[in-house]
Design a protein around this ligand. Structure first.
Ligand SMILES: [Fe+2]
Ligand SMILES: [Fe+2]
Length: 160
């Protein structure tokens, strides 16, 4: 899998988690309590997925884009958007999914994430494809895959 395929797959997974969390929120409104653990778990999963994804991009993919002026100039805005998503996730982690404030922030998060993914997939990735070449994208894909595996192993061994 080359870097762009891998990052796009991450995007799909993230959007799916967001959607599941939103659906769960709707269902929860209709029901009693007792399922608190589900949305919290799902949120933690989403937070971990998004954090890992932005780290993969910031450590491996974006640095490779610094080699070309056209993609280099896209990086500052992308980093600022990662930062905004990070902050939102931290704020949400302090709230219970039952709170209205959480729902508002969830909506905001979806908008930000969708906007960011759109920019990457419609502007940054096509340019990267054009400038980096297939071989470089394959190499970067391998590096991304490796970092992903290391992280998930680390997460598993940390568990009691
Ligand atoms: Fe990104
Ligand atoms: Fe991304």
């Amino acid at each position: 899998m080359n870097a762009i395929e891998l990052l796009k797959e991450d995007h799909r997974e993230t959007l799916e988690l967001l959607e599941r969390l939103e659906t769960l929120e709707d269902e929860m409104d209709a029901e009693d309590d007792g399922i608190e653990v589900l949305p919290t778990e799902l949120f933690n999963q989403l937070k971990a997925a998004l954090t890992l994804h932005t780290q993969l991009e910031e450590r491996i993919f974006y640095p490779a884009l610094r080699a070309f002026a056209e993609t280099r100039e896209m990086i500052p805005e992308a980093l600022a958007e990662h930062q905004a998503v990070d902050e939102l996730l931290e704020e949400m982690a302090q709230l219970s999914p039952h709170e209205e404030e959480f729902q508002n922030k969830l909506e905001e998060l979806r908008e930000q994430v969708e906007h960011h993914i759109e920019e990457e997939e419609d502007e940054m990735f096509p340019k990267a494809e054009e400038l980096c070449g297939q071989q470089r994208l394959d190499e970067l894909g391998q590096q991304l895959q490796q970092m992903k595996q290391q992280r998930s192993q680390a997460a598993t061994t940390r568990r009691p």
